[in-house]
Write a protein that binds this ligand. Structure first.
Ligand code: M6R
Length: 615
């Protein structure tokens, strides 16, 4: 989704803005732009459809010199991608520039009002309406611009993170948010940085303030910072230190972030369980659960909410929690849950799973659940994200920044944390005996090394990918713990290679998808030797009988499925509850190589955003 960067300080803004825009590319975008106030006092605006490189080429050698500026990567909502619709947008006869993430829902009504008052709008965007509306309030009330922004935002319905640059006041920058994240970085020499997340800021400062909903920040060149709510209450800013290292935002020698992140999994899984599983004392430490034990002890149901890959991690958790802790679990798409009058009780524990912690639907769903008295537990990767901050308790996944749009290491870290949680609950509730608990604990501790073994065999996946690279469809089948892995495998393939792929429970195949099978249909089975292995073998036979091309993910040394399948990829045999942590890895590699062979942009697939911050 859209990305925001802003700078006010002693240095030229443009290099900082361009660097920030490049760091924000991972979010997914279709155009970009910058605005600065130049030393002569005039506003300078450049924007271009396409990549940030297009913007740089358009600007050429005559780069802006101003020491205050804003930059934006746009992911189209209102109006197609174009130079005209790219941000920044101008109001006040070109004297006020605005960049905006989010959606202004009442923009049509505001536009009508503005048109009536003689404003001339030239783009299709809701953001230009906002720029003109701020100017209208500014001029009609005579309020100073920060107050005009505040008053204007009171009339706005929808989500926004905005930064406003004023040609007549180049010594200040104004930022505000509601339901769309915004971070203010405090640098040296009175410099301020603004970002839609920490990535464009972290190279310059580690000290940040997370703006809360309906807060307006005014930064001054003298180092002053005032924050007021749109209702005009003064807010005392709380400065946080971010832990992210700039090196974690680089490719570190890999061709793509996705590949780097796949190969980081031994470390990211290790980091997600470090300090939580204690082999020597035979216990799990999970303060987010223990500090609110009464909520878990009385929980009549665990409601899991998420979207995309995080929803798939939630499906794995359904098996884990029901099996280990014997608490009923429901897994819901946050987007459906929030709009269907769900029954929520104060005896529910709601588990919100989100890599970014900013997914609009998941955030709205937890707010709804909170209103009904449910206890909210967040499983997020991004520290300080909205979902993490709005949850009653939680556990960070500690996977490190995930830049590739296709989620990989975040998924396995989520599954590892959820496994740890389920084990802990099972033990504390007396549903998991010591022997089973210890077996799981030892198994989980061993997983990072086994993931490394799978990665050591990555070249085998590349060879198989070549066989499937020209496919138009693919079917992913698994049962039990491998069903969510099948869904996740299919999602990975479609999002980065644009091959249509479906994930199904293998047994459901006979109820419809079997009609699709012919000699052109790749069928990927996850056929590990677990409780339902023999059933899956029968499903493989059924596909083979109809000529489908079979790739099976099998356990090391499985000769039965090897004899049936056209291709196999082996993973070590582990406890079935831990196996998704291994079987998902060859799926990720398969998608990566297929996408590469098809010439797709692996890290920034078309139309997709890393974090879906609008509905
Ligand atoms: O940040 P979140 O985990 O809340 O994001 C949820 C989905 O948008 C995300 O998992 C998406 O499906 C990924 N592109 C999957 O690779």
């Amino acid at each position: 989704m859209c990305g925001i960067v802003g700078y006010l300080g002693p240095e030229p803004a443009y290099p900082i803005l361009i660097d920030g825009l490049k760091r924000l590319e991972y979010r997914g975008y279709d155009s970009s732009g910058v605005a600065t106030v130049e030393p002569g006092g005039e506003m300078s605006v450049h924007k271009r459809q396409g990549k940030v490189a297009n913007l740089e080429a358009h600007i050429g050698a005559g780069v802006p010199q101003g020491t205050v500026g804003i930059g934006h990567t746009r992911w189209a909502t209102h109006g197609p991608p174009s130079d005209r619709n790219a941000h920044p947008h101008l109001g006040g006869n070109g004297k006020i520039a605005v960049i905006h993430n989010g959606i202004i829902e009442n923009y049509e009504a505001l536009k009508e009002l503005l048109t009536h008052r003689g404003h001339d709008l030239t783009s299709d965007t809701d953001t230009e309406v906002l720029a003109h509306f701020i100017d209208e309030v500014h001029r009609s009330t005579g309020l100073d611009l920060p107050d005009a922004v505040r008053v204007a935002l009171k009339e706005v319905v929808g989500a926004y993170a905005i930064v406003v640059l004023d040609e007549s006041q180049p010594d200040r920058l104004i930022a505000a948010r509601k339901s769309s994240p915004l971070v203010v970085g405090i640098g040296e020499n009175n410099a301020f940085y603004v970002g839609s997340d920490a990535t464009p800021i972290v190279g310059y400062t580690k000290n940040v303030i997370y703006l809360e909903d309906e807060e307006v920040a005014t930064m001054g060149r003298d180092g002053s910072l005032t924050i007021r709510t749109i209702a005009d209450a003064v807010v005392t800013p709380e400065v946080h230190e971010i832990e992210m290292e700039i090196a974690s935002l680089e490719k570190a020698g890999f061709d793509h972030f996705m590949l780097k992140e796949i190969f980081e999994q031994p470390k990211s899984i290790r980091d997600s369980i470090r300090g939580r599983i204690r082999l020597q004392s035979g216990e799990v430490m999970m303060s987010g659960i223990d500090d609110h034990w009464a909520k878990w002890e009385q929980a009549e149901r665990i409601l899991i909410l998420g979207c995309g890959t995080s929803w798939h991690a939630g499906l794995v958790a359904e098996y884990l929690f029901e099996s280990f802790a014997r608490i009923p679990v429901e897994v819901e798409y946050a987007s459906e849950f929030r709009y269907r009058k769900p029954v929520i009780r104060d005896t529910d524990v709601v588990l919100a799973i989100s890599q970014s912690g900013e997914t609009a639907d998941t955030l709205a769903a937890i707010r709804l659940a909170k209103e009904h008295g449910a206890h909210i537990f967040g499983v997020c990767n991004v520290v300080g994200s909205s979902i993490a901050r709005e949850s009653d308790a939680g556990a960070y996944t500690h996977a490190g920044p995930e830049i590739g749009v296709a989620s990989t290491k975040a998924f396995t870290a989520q599954v590892a944390v959820l496994t740890t949680m389920a084990m802990h609950l099972g033990k504390r509730l007396g549903k998991l005996n010591d022997q089973a608990f210890m077996r799981l604990m030892t198994g989980l501790d061993n997983i990072p090394d086994l993931v490394q073994q799978v990665l050591d065999n990555a070249s085998a996946v590349e060879h198989i990918a070549a066989q499937f690279a020209q496919a138009e469809n693919a079917l992913y089948l698994g049962r039990g713990y491998q069903f969510p892995v099948a869904l996740e495998g299919a999602l990975k393939l479609k999002e980065i290679s644009y091959i249509h792929a479906e994930g199904y429970p293998a047994a459901e195949m006979k109820h419809g998808p079997i009609a699709l099978i012919d000699e052109n249909m790749p069928v990927i089975f996850i056929a590990t030797q677990d409780d339902v292995y023999e059933k899956v073998v029968s499903n493989i036979q059924e596909v083979k009988a109809r000529g489908g091309q079979i790739l099976a993910i099998i356990n090391d040394g499985d000769t039965k499925v090897r004899a049936l399948a056209d291709h196999v990829l082996e993973v070590p045999k582990v406890h079935e509850a831990l196996s998704p942590l291994l079987t998902s890895v060859p799926m990720q590699l398969l998608s990566y190589h297929i996408a590469l062979m098809r010439g797709c942009n692996v890290d920034q697939p078309r139309n997709l955003a890393k974090s879906v911050t609008v509905e």
